[in-house]
Design a protein around this ligand. Sequence first.
Ligand code: GLA
Ligand code: ZN
Length: 648
Amino acid sequence: MYVGVDYYPEHWPKEMMEEDILGIKKLHSNIVRIGEFAWHLMEPTEGNFDFSFFDEVIEKVKEQDLYVMFGTPTATFPAWLAKQYPSILSVDEDGATRNFGGRRQYCYNSPVYREYSAKITEKLVQHYQKEDAIIAWQIDNELGHEGSDMCYCKQCHKEFHLFLENKYQHIDALNETYGTIFWGQTYNSFDEIPMPTKTITTHNPTLKLDWARFRSFSLNRFAQEQTAIVRKNRGAHQQITTNIAGGFFSKWFDHEETVKGMDFVSYDNYPVWGGLTEPIPPAEIAMTHDFNRGLLDKNFWIVEELMGAQGHDIIGYLPRPNQAKMWSYQAFAHGCTDMLYFRWRGMTKGAEQYCYGVVGHDNHYGRRYKEVQNVFSDIQNYEDVLQTEIKSDIAVLYDYDNIWSWNFQQQSSGFDFKQELMRLYTPFYKLNTHIDVIPVSRDFSSYKVLLVPALQIIDEALAERFRSFTEQGGTVIFTFRTGIKDKQNNIYLKQTLPGYVKDITGIEIHEIEALSSSQTVPIIGAGEFQGTSSTCSIWRDVITPVTAETLFTYDDPFYAEAAVTKNNFGKGLVYYVGGGIEEDVLLEIAKRIVKEQDVAHVESEEGLEVYSRFIDNEVYYFFMNHTAETKTFESLTLQPYESKIVKK
Ligand code: GLA
Ligand code: ZN
């Protein structure tokens, strides 16, 4: 098990190195991550590779028996490269070049950038392939983050044409798929096709989806090139990873593709960042871990765990005492096996002066230092528990094509895919169940429950998978706008909604209405929910039950049809939630489902997360009190933001 900090020795006078490394060691650490932004230090002028600084750093950390994760430095190219080849710089939607000065402002389709990145990475990994202390390589840093997944430069435009030609072979096929007859947009050749930059009204939906697929292709081609270079030149003892940033559902690349061929996934866990005045909800933090565990279907690392307040030009919330520790335990509970805190000491110069580290700018070893020391000394006692596989009865399914379709065409001004995923995830999180968050393409036949948020794009083959899952006794929850589109982002012709899943849902939908986030429609319970009421926002599908039972209807003089339905199909159950239904209703449905399906769950007070891990017929409870109040569980009392592991 590795625990440590992100350490930037190049940021400090050399005479501080020994003291820093000793201070890191005394955290009960055994690893540091270095190098991910140090391209110029390693190639100060073109072709002049110099690793002497990091040779010295590695010798020093080895004196303290510390290991190393080394970051390939392609996220921050040297100024001489941009000066010599400005074509490496990416371009925003308005055609403005992103200037040197930030980071990751390169174009993934720049042949020059790919060539020079290949060179520095090859030289670096070759130089250290025999270095026993280096146990892992991190590819780049947060690929595609901070808007860098989008570029509208000429190279991208040209590559986009090639991408489309390769996909459609003939322009007639593209015209037919796009429906370019509409608004007279028929193309005679691929090089007439625009990037979907600003226009009057909006672009063709299939063009927009293909553009998103092209963005994903561009970034992942770079990631895979870099992975291949590291794989070819690394030592057999050195593993490969990359660090995934938060906000992964608003990015323009398929993350499962990005990490293909890597040994493990790393995640940067920032429950609060920048100007946020309070952390993101505990359920959402939990979901991010389940998402990262799902990418390679295995436990993962955290290579940037928040300890101090973080931000670039705006900072915000200060984690309360033990709150950052509690977030660490939550990550470990959900499958993190190894952890590094960002960062050893806050930097005094440069863009991240306000990213506070484990140690202050004043070099004071205070609360944050002691909190990390406390985590590391305790968690290493549970290494075997952390290594166990997490088995879930429940899976949340996502599909990037579907997410990109929504990101380009919101339909409701209040729609946000992550919000709709959390609408289904949160109730089951509150019941302390295990939940996998996986791509819809993954085999889901072994689960008991599938949560399927706003999945517009369902073709016959996928519908067949849902049908057989339900026939075997599985429970599915679909939500609004399910099944309306084919894989080319076009609405089905002559298909009554919800399209290919009409029969398993046992309903028909002939009317729909987009609601803003402030607009609500009251709903009233029917059948087993008789006498209850709630509200619906964001959207409503006006449902006509065919074989399904009505659980809620809209309390509306004009469209009083069903809002939520349940259908018996085969040996299973299919729920259809026809709008942005409030959590109170979904929690009741979740409680019924976990009982019907015998899903392992634990009842706890609101705000107290209890996550079970199993090893050798023993159960370990990870307790996380996400609140400023004292919480109890059986005979256990947890103080505000307290976390602990208890063998049951
Ligand atoms: C991200 C990056 C780091 C640093 C931190 C600041 O996760 O990976 O390089 O910018 O945020 O919080
Ligand atoms: Zn570009």
